[in-house]
Design a protein around this ligand. Structure first.
Ligand SMILES: *Cc1c(COP(=O)(O)O)cnc(C)c1O
Length: 398
């Protein structure tokens, strides 16, 4: 694969080494052009754009059309993914639908301590709204043993947003199915980061966001996958008008749409979808196997150089634990160290209480970037640059 050509597709500010594409991906150059085109369609076509925009195809079908483009990246068949709303909403929708499928006899949602707070809060809120069941949270290593007959839904984020620890999706899914447990996988740190095969794994539901590794911009919409065999049995939980079988019949009663369309909720965010559509063009030339190999090479290069040059930074994971596309390090001064690095143009981020987090995507990073980042980090540590007060004041977003 031509990595230089891929990198050329991104706008990367001068003097910046961007190790935070796992939090907010950089902007593909095609995005502002495409968004501009769609704004012109809006200006000229007005409401006709729903039927006639997108060069004639209409904007209304975008959630499914763009969902199919994401499907390819997660091993899903056509017609099994739709896009819209935020990831938190999609988590709620998937878990609520999964609880309904699991039936009334069981009501334990099992998750792990490495899950993202919003996923846990959504499940907690849902269980309390339903007035039955519980959310059970166990350490990541204990998930397999916690798959008991009481559990109705297994809800996991495949790659831990903090440590980068990666679950074996196929093995856990198989074990869950053997106990009749419905599975919900959050792919926020997987889609676009490594190979995913929801079909082979047998996942029932999968959700993820598009502003991290998929580079669709701040606030870009989330996606949801439903296993084809379940699609016509699933109760969408959020029964919005665009998930209705006949939205423009404006019937008073709800009737779920066909297939994945029933998971649609409200009006599609057309401008953000235009950004996502353009951002997905980058992926047309990407082989996920090669991407994964290079991502591991880059993150491995970073991890071993840091181990050699920055002995006070402790890896968040043991070397033999499978990881996603990030390297996480622990230090009590983590926040200030990341701020000192940012002042030098190396952008990573910090996750409380003590994690310095660095994302590595080969789409726009090279060995030279990795080496330069390590050199800056080593200087920050040796000179104790982080001890300056200006680096210790916490801002709203860390
Ligand atoms: C980034 C992330 C979210 C964020 O959800 P939003 O609704 O898009 O803010 C949720 N879950 C996981 C696992 C994430 O990594």
């Amino acid at each position: 694969m031509d990595w230089e050509a891929l990198r050329g597709q991104f706008h990367l500010p001068k003097g910046v080494i961007y190790l935070d594409g796992n939090s907010l991906g950089p902007m593909p150059r095609a995005v502002p052009v495409r968004v501009g085109d769609v704004m012109e369609e809006w200006a000229d076509l007005l409401i006709r754009g729903w039927n006639e925009g997108d060069g004639g195809g209409g904007w209304m079908g975008w959630p499914g059309r763009i969902g199919d483009r994401i499907a390819r990246l997660i091993g899903a068949a056509e017609g099994t993914v739709t896009v819209g709303d935020t990831l938190s909403i999609r988590v709620y929708q998937a878990v609520a639908s999964a609880l309904h499928l699991a039936g009334p006899e069981r009501a334990v949602v099992l998750s792990d301590e490495g899950n993202f707070p919003s996923d846990l809060y959504m499940a907690e809120g849902l269980v309390s709204t339903l007035g039955r069941g519980e959310l059970r949270v166990v350490p990541p290593e204990a998930v397999m043993d916690a798959l008991t007959e009481e559990v109705s839904v297994l809800m996991l984020t495949q790659v831990d947003y903090r440590t980068g620890r990666m679950h074996d999706m196929a093995a856990l899914d198989r074990a869950a199915k053997a106990k009749g447990i419905v599975t919900v996988w959050d792919l926020a740190h997987s889609a676009g980061a490594h190979e995913v095969d929801v079909t082979a794994a047998g996942a029932d539901f999968a959700v993820g966001c598009t502003y991290k590794y998929l580079n669709a911009g701040p606030g870009a919409p989330a996606f949801i996958y439903v296993r084809p065999e379940l699609q016509d049995r699933v109760r969408p939980a959020l029964a919005g008008w665009l998930g209705h079988a006949r939205p423009f019949a404006f019937e008073l009663g709800y009737a779920p749409g066909e297939g994945i369309d029933r998971m649609r909720v409200g009006t599609p965010p057309v401008l953000q979808l235009a950004a996502l559509d353009a951002a997905l063009d980058v992926w047309d030339a990407v082989d996920m196997g090669q991407l994964r190999a290079r991502s591991l090479a880059l993150s491995g290069r970073f991890a071993s150089a840091v181990a050699a040059r920055c002995p006070t930074l402790t890896p968040a994971l043991a070397p033999d634990v499978p990881r996603g596309s990030q390297v996480s390090l622990r230090h009590p001064e983590g926040y200030a160290i990341v701020q000192a690095l940012i002042a030098r143009g190396v952008i990573g981020d910090f996750r409380a209480p003590d994690i310095l987090r660095f994302g590595f995507t080969p789409l726009f990073l090279s060995e030279a970037d990795v080496d330069a980042a390590v050199a800056h980090l080593a200087e920050v540590m040796e000179r104790e640059e982080y001890a300056q007060d200006r680096f210790r004041t916490r801002r709203a977003v860390t």
